[in-house]
Design a protein around this ligand. Structure first.
Ligand SMILES: NC(=O)c1ccc[n+]([C@@H]2O[C@H](COP(=O)([O-])OP(=O)(O)OC[C@H]3O[C@@H](n4cnc5c(N)ncnc54)[C@H](O)[C@@H]3O)[C@@H](O)[C@H]2O)c1
Ligand SMILES: [Zn+2]
Ligand SMILES: [Zn+2]
Length: 362
């Protein structure tokens, strides 16, 4: 099959690789019908995530059709259309028992496209399939559902829930990429008083306004002054970091009000300075986190009910084989206007297995 292979910092290639095979009885092999690229993939390609070693197939956000299951898989079968969560769950370790799947100690957690081969490929092996994929209702299109693999649960859990957004709050979202936009959309579920978005790219600020930001500021245009002006000099109740660079995190800690909360979502490759000399007296709470995806079933119900924006986030569609072009478009989002790029198309009537034989998709 073809897959996007990481070759070391700055280098990837869409190339021939062996088809994945069942390794463990809890595995499923899934044919990828829709897959997307994450800001985290850009961090990996930059070299910010050193656990990803050359030869690794990238990608952790996909929808596909099950083609083969191990003997221990009971909840899905060949032909099922499933959401592949970016987080896998062993279901047995102490963290999984508390629904904290991101911290799984039993071989799950964020493994796809990280420590095992991922989903930017024609087929992917998903470990612990019973707990790591979600059956999709027909009301949800594959190219919308792919947004539930990572960005919606991440923005909701690591941004909105960790930040404890409450009615009336002033919420600042720094970074208006797909993660920041999904944070705006899910923060609105709690009726904040005002949402302010900050980004470097005007196209992303325009998207933030379309997603419900009440005010926007360029990151180099004194966003701290805007936040101060809008909050009588106090600062924001909640500041969500959705970039992953030191400047953005440090800006967040300068924008938060005494007693407020900074929720970091960004994946950081370099240390950021924690200005405790200013912060110690302010009673601020700073949270970090990897998504658990414990909210995915709820978000899936909301998407099926039409209560989450889906298609609006997808600006570009590609064939699977146009992976390198899709990376280029996504990585130059400031110029291309890209939000989420989705590759592949829904094709869930007949299932052609990795082995080449065909099974009825019923
Ligand atoms: N914690 C998790 O579980 C988790 C999961 C998924 C993604 N992430 C991370 O979330 C972050 C955002 O992901 P994304 O897919 O939206 O990425 P993205 O690269 O598309 O978006 C980042 C945005 O930040 C903006 N930006 C860059 N520097 C800035 C600055 N100094 N100030 C303000 N804005 C700035 C960019 O213009 C861009 O719009 C990434 O760091 C990603 O790795 C974390
Ligand atoms: Zn991701
Ligand atoms: Zn576990």
């Amino acid at each position: 099959m073809k897959a996007l292979v990481f070759q070391g910092p700055g280098q990837t290639a869409w190339q021939d690789v062996p088809d994945p095979a069942i390794k463990d009885a809890a595995d499923a092999i899934v044919r990828v019908d829709a897959v997307t690229i994450c800001g985290t993939d850009l961090h990996i390609v930059k070299g910010d995530v050193p656990e990803v070693t050359p030869g690794r197939i990238l990608g952790h956000e996909a929808v596909g059709t099950v083609v083969e299951i191990g003997g221990d898989v009971h909840t899905v079968r060949p032909g099922d259309r499933v959401l592949i969560s970016c987080i896998s769950s062993c279901g047995r370790c102490s963290y999984c028992r508390e629904s904290r799947y991101g911290q799984c100690r039993g071989g799950g957690g964020w493994v796809l496209g990280h420590t095992i081969d991922g989903a930017q490929a024609e087929y992917v092996r998903v470990p612990f399939a019973d707990l790591s994929v979600h059956l999709l209702p027909s009301a949800v299109e594959s190219h919308d559902a792919v947004l539930l693999a990572d960005i919606f649960p991440t923005s909701y859990e690591v941004g909105v829930l960790n930040g404890k957004v409450r009615p009336g709050d002033t919420v600042v979202v720094v970074g208006a990429g797909p993660i920041g936009l999904a944070a705006i959309a899910t923060a609105r579920l709690y009726s904040p008083g005002r949402i302010i978005a900050v980004d470097l790219a005007e196209s992303r600020l325009a998207a933030a306004r379309a997603f419900g930001a009440d005010a926007t500021a360029g990151a180099t245009e004194q966003p701290e002054q805007l936040v101060a002006d809008l909050t009588d000099g106090l600062g924001a109740d909640v500041v969500i970091e959705a970039v992953g660079v030191p400047e953005a995190f440090e800006m967040c800690t300068r924008m938060v009000r005494p007693g407020g909360r900074v929720a970091n979502i960004g994946v950081h490759g370099k240390p950021a300075t924690l200005h405790l000399e200013d912060l110690w007296i302010k009673d601020v709470t700073i949270t970090t986190g990897l998504v658990d995806t414990s909210s995915t079933p709820m978000l899936l119900r909301m998407m099926a009910a039409g209560r989450l924006p889906g298609g609006e986030l997808v600006t570009h569609r590609f064939e699977l084989g146009q992976m390198e072009e899709a990376y280029d478009v996504f990585s130059r989002a400031g110029d291309t206007g890209a939000l989420k790029v989705v590759l592949g198309g829904p094709q869930h009537d007949v299932v052609a297995s990795a082995a080449g034989h065909e099974t009825d998709g019923a």
